[in-house]
Design a protein around this ligand. Structure first.
Ligand code: C2E
Ligand code: MG
Ligand code: MG
Length: 814
């Protein structure tokens, strides 16, 4: 073959390739067509192309001609950092210049392929770099049978050929990128639609990922969200074939964890896109190399998700191709991430708005102190329950609950303590009923409970008993152990009312009666109760004028020394002569007086009248008697108590030690320090103190020890069972012996039988009071009794003394 023919054949090859290149639709096709054209032209025995890939030797991409398939085995090491490979291809690639072996058989630089080359008759070889945008991207190897073919002219022609190839590759790459970007643009618009469509965050994440994966050859796309108190991102959505494998390294926000040292962590921290276009060659993502290899991922991009200036998460795109993340492409991803961030912000705003709306709705329907439903809400729920109960022919119970003596706690311990108590009560009530029952607070110390799905009213009775027990359990208020009780009124649907108004009103009425009947009790509404409650209303309205109209008087009940039988003193007991209802016992009106505050002027009147009466008896020649006066909780916590006591003493001129103030245990236990203060002050005046109704207030003898008191009055309820009831016996014995130890006087109240008297005598009880000796009597009757106790013995009824037992001489005037 002459030189001329070689040149013309190479010209032919050049034009053939140019044509082939024009037709080619992919880089692979360009390379293959170039090799085929070279061989078809007849000038070259074989042609092959090796392409660069970071981190690994140039790899065989395509070839044609003799032994081309075997050329495929030739992996040329080109990593200059590892080894300066001395072969033809590597040198051409590294130095970006043609590398020629015109004497193939004797050229060291083709040693790796020597034998094969010679066996197929190769005489010369040339390795030519493909240079795109100033960088070598691959190497063509052309082999000829003749020796010494490659002179400057031929090399010049081959350079032109490869210039065309590089141009074609560039064009195709640009086209590919344009197509890629176009795909991403349509993915972006789809994801924008998703942002508009999604009703929840979860749906949004899923739709965005699904849209984005259409935009490229991604192995996976992930959305990770930062979580409070956690270094790890919560994966909100993840798509693509490699998604699961990739996430075997959990994505994190800090470099402490391997999953935080990649593109996602960096994007989150810097709030900027972080790109790796050659993943396996990038040391920054070392910790992800393994999963990248497993999933065939070659490039990646991390994009931050930012809400109100702070990173809230990141997106990670992992591509199956290198160099996916061109600036144009990244710009699109940034827009995608920005849209997603915007949608997230909108969700946050909507959440906040909804929260505010919920809060407003909640505040309108709930009590802010206890978080319980309020009255309007309760009425709504009750009305709903009535409808359901009607449909299924069931009952429901409406409970009206009012705390006993709450005002005293509030007044004496302050409103903050009162609030704490209300919260505790609310919790106790809530925990005592089933989840489908409703506990509401109407205001103040009033609560309501709606008991649903009731078949029998006995069920309600059992629940109310439990409620009373739960409420009266001790609780700590300001470091004091206190007990509260409640009065409960019950109305049943449908028997006691057909609608919410009537049920509530009737439950309220029943509660009111529970209260007037001594508190800490439950009353069920009934028709008769209605009449009683009318009475209660008469009492309440009449009470305000009773003092001015002089309707009160005091009765007196004597206390006797157990040993001598002599009268040691009397207890003043209030009576009200109501113009409509006749004589009323304090049980019927004291609690109302207490609740309305009228007890304060009434109490002052009682103190003054009792002291004056006592002095009247003395002036009439009687021996000095002890006068016991009951003081109610409200009076005890009132700042004017001392003044009233002092007034009564100075007005009457009675010796202070003759006055005995009767208080109950619960008044002491409510606020121990304050009670001690008041008692000390009373004692300083010289007045005596007795604990009335002892045993009903749950306090122990040891608790009583801390108070400066003189006398214990054992409650009537323990005396009534004597001597048969073993428990009452035990309690009475214990109280008496403990009181002795503490140096206190013990009085037994409500002694009605000789057996009781006999038992108490045996226990060395100091004094006794009760119907066995005398009922409370008017001042005049008491005068007669004091002056002539023998009258009682002979004809108790003749003296009009309803109360006197006649079988034994009991009373003596000292
Ligand atoms: P209390 O201080 O424990 O008074 C004793 C009550 O027991 C009196 O009832 C008395 O009549 C009754 N009683 C006495 N002996 C017997 C008996 O053998 N058997 C029975 N079944 N009962 C007996 P009363 O007068 O109806 O007073 C009831 C309560 O009203 C008193 O209990 C006291 O807590 C209160 N009270 C009475 N007067 C006043 C007052 O002036 N001011 C205040 N704050 N409370 C008063
Ligand atoms: Mg009393
Ligand atoms: Mg008593």
């Amino acid at each position: 073959m002459t030189e001329q023919t070689s040149i013309s054949r190479i010209f032919d090859i050049l034009s053939m390739t140019s044509e082939a290149i024009l037709r080619a639709t992919s880089p692979e096709e360009v390379l293959l067509q170039t090799c085929s054209a070279a061989v078809q032209g007849g000038e070259f025995a074989a042609a092959a192309v090796f392409m660069a890939q970071t981190g690994s030797p140039l790899h065989y991409e395509a070839g044609a001609g003799k032994g081309a398939d075997r050329l495929g085995r030739w992996q040329a090491p080109v990593d200059t950092n590892v080894e300066r490979a001395p072969d033809l291809i590597s040198i051409a690639f590294r130095e970006m210049r043609p590398c020629i072996a015109n004497d193939y058989a004797n050229d060291e630089r083709v040693r790796a392929w020597h034998e094969e080359g010679i066996s197929i008759g190769i005489g010369a070889a040339i390795a030519m770099p493909i240079v795109q945008n100033g960088c070598a991207t691959g190497v063509f190897l052309f082999l000829t049978p003749g020796v010494g073919l490659f002179d400057d002219k031929v090399v010049g022609l081959i350079e032109r050929l490869l210039g065309n190839v590089a141009f074609a590759l560039n064009r195709l790459e640009r086209e590919a990128e344009r197509a890629h970007v176009n795909r991403m643009i349509s993915a972006l618009s789809e994801s924008n639609e998703a942002i508009l469509r999604a009703e929840t965050r979860e749906k949004l994440f899923k739709l965005v990922c699904e849209a984005a994966i259409q935009g490229g050859r991604f192995t996976s796309i992930h959305i990770g969200l930062a979580e409070p108190e956690s270094d790890f991102l919560r994966i909100a959505a993840s798509v693509g074939p490699g998604a699961e494998t990739f996430l075997s390294v959990p994505l994190a926000t800090t470099v402490k964890h391997p999953g935080g040292r990649g593109l996602t962590g960096a994007a989150f921290r810097t709030q900027r896109p972080c790109i790796s276009n050659d993943y396996l060659a990038d040391q920054q993502v070392n910790d992800f190399h393994n999963v990248a290899q497993k999933t065939g991922s070659k490039s990646g991009a991390g994009l931050p998700l930012i809400s109100r200036g702070a990173a809230v998460g990141a997106m990670l795109f992992v591509s199956a191709e290198r160099n996916t993340f061109t600036p144009a492409f990244v710009e699109l991803l940034e827009r995608l991430a920005a849209n997603l961030s915007f949608a997230l912000e909108n969700f946050d705003l909507a959440d906040e708005r909804k929260k505010a709306e919920d809060r407003i709705r909640y505040l309108a329907t709930h009590d802010s102190l206890t978080d319980l439903p309020n009255r309007p809400m309760f009425e709504q729920l009750l009305s709903f329950s009535i409808k359901t109960a009607t449909r299924y022919q069931r009952k429901c119970g409406v409970l009206f609950i009012d705390l006993d003596r709450f005002k005293i706690i509030n007044d004496s311990l302050g409103h903050a303590v009162g609030d704490t108590l209300l919260i505790e009560v609310a919790n106790r009530l809530r925990n005592s009923v089933r989840a489908n029952d409703v506990v509401a607070r109407l205001g103040g110390d009033e609560f309501m409970i709606l008991l649903n799905e009731i078949t029998e009213s006995v069920q309600v009775a059992a629940i109310t008993r439990d409620l009373l027990a739960v409420l009266s359990k001790p609780l700590k208020l300001c470091g004091h152990e206190c007990r509260v009780t409640a009065s409960i009124g019950v109305a049943m649907f449908p028997d006691d009312g057909a609608d919410e108004q009537n049920l509530t009103k009737n439950a309220d009425m029943a509660m009111y009666l529970a209260k007037t009947e001594g508190k800490n009790t439950v009353r069920f509404f009934s028709k008769e109760l209605k009449t009683q409650s009318v009475d209660a209303l008469i009492i309440e309205s009449g009470l305000q004028y009773a003092l001015d109209r002089n309707e009160f008087c005091l009765h007196y009940q004597p206390k006797l020394n157990v040993v001598t039988g002599q009268i040691t003193g009397v207890e003043a007991l209030l009576r009200w002569n109501n113009p409509e209802m006749g004589f009323l016992s304090p049980i019927q009106f004291i609690s109302i007086a207490e609740e309305t505050g009228l007890i304060l002027p009434i109490g002052a009147w009682v103190l003054k009248t009792a002291c004056m009466q006592n002095m009247a008896w003395q002036y009439e020649g009687g021996a000095p008697l002890s006068m016991a006066v009951n003081v109610s909780p409200r009076q005890f916590s009132d700042k004017n108590l001392l003044r009233d006591v002092d007034n009564a003493l100075s007005l009457s001129g009675m010796a202070p030690e003759l006055l005995q103030i009767e208080i109950t245990e619960s008044m002491l236990m409510l606020n121990v320090e304050r009670a001690i203060q008041i008692l000390d002050a009373l004692q300083n005046l010289g007045v005596r103190i007795a604990i009335d109704d002892f045993g009903t207030g749950y306090s122990s003898m040891s608790a009583i020890k801390q108070f400066p008191i003189d006398t214990i009055k054992i409650d009537r309820s323990f005396i009534s069972g004597l001597p048969q009831n073993a428990q009452d016996k035990g309690i009475a014995q214990a109280v008496i012996s403990m009181s002795k130890v503490l140096g206190l006087t013990v009085i037994a109240e409500g002694v009605e039988t000789k057996e009781q008297e006999g038992f108490l005598r045996g226990q060395a009880c100091d004094e006794m009071q009760g119907f066995l000796f005398s009922k409370p009597v008017s001042a005049d009757q008491m005068t007669a009794l004091l002056q002539s106790p023998s009258r009682l013995l002979r004809a108790p009824n003749a003296a009009g003394l309803e109360t006197i037992r006649s079988d034994k001489p009991k009373m003596y005037v000292q």
